[in-house]
Design a protein around this ligand. Structure first.
Ligand SMILES: *[C@@H]1O[C@H](CO)[C@@H](O)[C@H](O)[C@H]1NC(C)=O
Ligand SMILES: *[C@@H]1O[C@H](CO)[C@@H](O)[C@H](O)[C@H]1NC(C)=O
Ligand SMILES: *[C@@H]1O[C@H](CO)[C@@H](O)[C@H](O)[C@H]1NC(C)=O
Ligand SMILES: *[C@@H]1O[C@H](CO)[C@@H](O)[C@H](O)[C@H]1NC(C)=O
Length: 308
């Protein structure tokens, strides 16, 4: 018996007791903090959450004019056979997927993810770019990269009507409108207020959770995936990890959240902090991926880098 603990049994008990007390207090405290109407309850040890919702037919999930032209009278009439949905994840670095991505009929990108200097891994074509209200400035600031380079691309801006809508206070709408005027070959749209509402309802229906009450923000990935399912016969997604990736053991190695921000935050840290975040609003990246995994079984969606 080489087990020669210096602690006497009594001391051990006291230490265990103290740990138990601290744990209990922590659990008590965390279950009382935040004031949302429900909590995201982690599955045994893993991150990710039970989906209570039902699924919708996304090929015809919403009708009417979902996308309003920011200038002129263009309508969104894109239909694509094979689409490449290129995420902004650093999983793409070193992938050499550029040529394969560029072979797709339509290439869909998000926010201010650039292609310059990353062509080898992410390709150089952009048919459509889905941009969050919070990324508008970052896109407009680099017209050579995002507005001039692919003159006939489609830009879809999403955001709360109070921020980016026609009637919103502030300059965001006018800014986007100027882009529409200055680059007439671009087709720039804003997600209509009624459609924004439908995106919220979709989240509620798929997850069983009210977006606002659960203090969730939808991600650009959520909008982009839904729009891609609407427009594309099949989708190859590049760089998206599966829902449970960040809780797998051994822990995945650290890597940047964005391929174009090598010194930016770590991917899994970002996902986990957002998924767990209760104070304020947060993206539920992991929950969203669970929904994507469900959609992948219903629509022709495949994932590469990593493959799943
Ligand atoms: C769009 O506007 C242009 C010029 O303002 C006009 O020539 C064209 O007929 C309009 N198209 C539709 C579909 O209304
Ligand atoms: C994209 O890359 C291919 C080869 O990788 C090249 O032939 C083509 O000219 C590039 N297109 C643009 C728009 O940069
Ligand atoms: C815009 O589109 C028109 C018609 O398709 C084309 O003739 C023109 O060269 C395009 N302009 C740019 C800047 O690409
Ligand atoms: C899914 O899409 C791929 C690529 O377009 C195609 O080859 C395949 O036949 C499709 N599968 C189904 C089940 O439709």
């Amino acid at each position: 018996m080489g087990n020669t603990s210096k602690n006497k049994p009594g001391q051990k008990m006291a230490i265990f007791g103290a740990i138990f007390l601290v744990m209990t207090l922590l659990i008590f405290y965390s279950s009382n903090s935040g004031n949302e109407s429900f909590r995201y309850i982690p599955l045994k040890g893993a991150l990710g959450y039970h989906l209570h919702g039902r699924t919708s037919n996304l090929k015809q999930w919403a009708d009417g004019d979902g996308y309003l032209p920011v200038y002129g009278n263009k309508t969104m009439q894109l239909h694509c056979g094979r689409c490449a949905l290129v995420t902004s994840s650093s999983h793409l670095l070193g992938s050499n997927m550029g040529p394969k991505i560029d072979q797709a009929e339509c290439v869909i990108r998000m926010n201010d993810a650039p292609t310059t200097d990353y062509e080898k891994d992410v390709g150089n074509r952009s048919t459509m770019r889905v941009v969050a209200h919070s990324s508008v400035y970052r896109v407009i600031r680099r017209p050579q990269e995002f507005l001039n380079k692919t003159p006939d691309a489609i830009l879809i801006f999403w955001g709360p009507p109070s921020k980016i809508g026609r009637e919103a206070k502030g300059t965001l709408f006018r800014l986007v409108q100027k882009v529409g005027m200055a680059f007439p070959n671009l087709s720039a749209f804003i997600v209509a207020p009624t459609r924004m509402q439908r995106f919220d309802e979709l989240f509620h229906k798929e997850t069983g959770r009210d977006r606002e009450k659960s203090r969730s923000w939808l991600s650009t990935g959520w909008f982009t995936m839904v729009i891609a399912i609407e427009l594309c016969d099949s989708i190859q997604v590049y760089g998206m990890v599966p829902p449970y990736y960040c809780s797998s053991r051994p822990q995945p190695k650290k890597r940047p959240y964005h391929y174009y921000e090598p010194k930016g935050p770590d991917e899994c840290t970002t996902y986990i902090q957002n998924e767990r975040g209760r104070r304020g609003n947060h993206h539920r990246f992991i929950t969203e991926k669970q929904v994507f995994a469900r959609w992948a079984k219903l629509y022709n969606i495949t994932f590469s880098n990593p493959r799943w």
